[in-house]
Design a protein around this ligand. Structure first.
Ligand SMILES: [Zn+2]
Length: 432
């Protein structure tokens, strides 16, 4: 892969960092070997690929901590409905008609959209996840795929066995940008027997778990009726929280749940747009952050958002808690940026590799064009990024030191073909 140098940038290496003008980042074989003042950088190797980032902001790639990438296929087909009928009457019947190739093209559409919004890694849960993983490899993005496990499917046990086999093989010999997890959908769709097997197998093979948790008030009430405890406590009782767990939503938490999340290092994956669209409620993000919990940020699928734009999602996270709590200091721009980068990386167990721009980490980074009217004048770069920037400001995207988008053009993906294929397949699925 060789040496890549990004020069002349305004650097924001992480949410805790001070912005640095005239900065340089150097990556060798995908790993950052220098990041800091250009004047102190090592000499440029003769064969280096050099990107001039004059007038641009260099940030760590955004990490989408929870999505169902192929659900771009269902964008806009069923909106303004409650969660249960939305799933049971609309989404699940359409998913019943999915072919593996549909998932491949739908995932690629999601990848194209995410890369354009500065997302360099995403946590995915879906059917035919081997196809989703194949799309991630072809798109060049970093991905954490998991096959969705639903207890009511007659072949749930077989799917689990297949998922474990695929994960083990990927970890052993697979591409380094793909880190698979096991994906039990939720406690209310997976009986304890299945969850226990997932936990045992995840522990045995050192795999993380991606699950939906405490998304609606009804889910929590049902759990208390059935098990006597909240979904979070129930997962703790089963032993799940001893593992690396990325838990989507975590909306309805008790004080004890908040403390438990912080204590166990549970990856709480906040999805504010989805929570508002499905009227699930307002997650206790300020409380989770105050308790020291790991909080990442995700878009959820494009059927419940309806886009995969993490810049918009970070803005949403920074705004809704202010309005809901009547407190303009709730979830600051800096906290929202932290959630969208290192917080999500921690929720996925990848914080040692991504989430900030530091020597030794992977070169997953994004250049934003600061020259446009809505980003000027420039006072506080983090405020500008969270409250004023748009996905269309993303100019260049680099994953593992490989340039995937440059000057807003894809170097690896055939975007036109991806849009045509995904659109045609989506029409067939929605109108059989
Ligand atoms: Zn979801």
């Amino acid at each position: 892969m060789g040496v890549l140098r990004v020069t002349n940038a305004l650097l924001l290496a992480g949410a805790e960092s001070v912005p640095l003008p005239s900065a340089l980042l150097q990556a060798e074989d995908g790993v950052i070997t220098y990041v800091g003042r250009e004047s102190e950088a090592p000499p440029c190797p003769p064969d280096a690929e050099v990107l001039d980032a004059e007038g641009m902001l260099l940030i760590p790639g955004l990490v989408n901590a929870h999505t169902h990438a192929a659900m771009t296929l269902f964008r806009g087909v069923a909106d303004d409905m409650p969660l249960k009928p939305w799933l049971e009457e609309k989404i699940w019947p359409m998913e019943g008609r999915l072919a593996p190739e549909d998932v491949y093209w739908g995932t690629l559409l999601g990848i194209a959209e995410m890369l354009r919004a500065g997302v360099t890694c995403y946590n995915d849960m879906y059917h035919f996840f081997t196809e989703g993983a194949r799309a991630a490899v072809d798109g060049g993005i970093r991905a954490v795929p998991s096959g969705v496990l639903l207890g009511f499917l007659p072949n749930a046990e077989d799917l689990l066995a297949e998922a474990v086999e695929f994960c083990v093989e990927l970890v052993r010999s697979g591409p380094s940008r793909v880190t698979p997890m096991l994906g039990p959908h939720a406690p209310y769709t997976c009986p304890d027997l299945l969850l226990r097997k997932v936990i045992t197998l995840a522990g045995e093979h050192h795999l993380g778990i991606h699950i939906h948790l405490s998304e609606t008030a009804g889910e929590v009430e049902d759990s208390i009726r059935e098990h006597g405890v909240t979904p979070l406590q129930h997962m703790a009782d089963l032993g799940m929280l001893e593992l690396q767990v990325a838990a989507a939503h975590c909306v309805h938490l008790t004080d004890a749940d908040v403390a438990l999340a912080a204590e166990t290092g549970l990856g709480c994956c906040h999805c504010p747009t989805s929570n508002m669209k499905l009227a699930s409620g307002f997650a206790r993000v300020p409380d989770l952050l105050a308790a020291g919990a790991v909080v990442g940020l995700g878009t959820d699928g494009a059927a419940s958002n309806n886009n995969l734009d993490m810049i918009e999602e970070a803005r949403m996270a920074a705004l809704i808690h202010k309005g809901y709590r009547g407190d303009p200091t709730a979830v600051t721009a800096r906290q929202a940026f932290a959630m969208a980068t290192l917080g999500s990386a921690r929720a996925l167990g990848l914080a040692d590799r991504i989430g900030t721009l530091e020597v030794g980490k992977q070169a997953d980074c994004v250049l934003l064009d600061l020259s446009r009217a809505h980003l000027q004048p420039l006072h506080d770069i983090v405020s500008q990024l969270i409250y004023a920037a748009q996905a269309s400001d993303v100019h260049t995207v680099i994953v593992d030191g490989e340039v995937l988008l440059r000057d807003r053009r894809f170097l690896k993906l055939d975007e036109e073909r991806v849009i045509a294929e995904a659109s045609a397949r989506s029409l067939r699925l929605a109108h059989p």
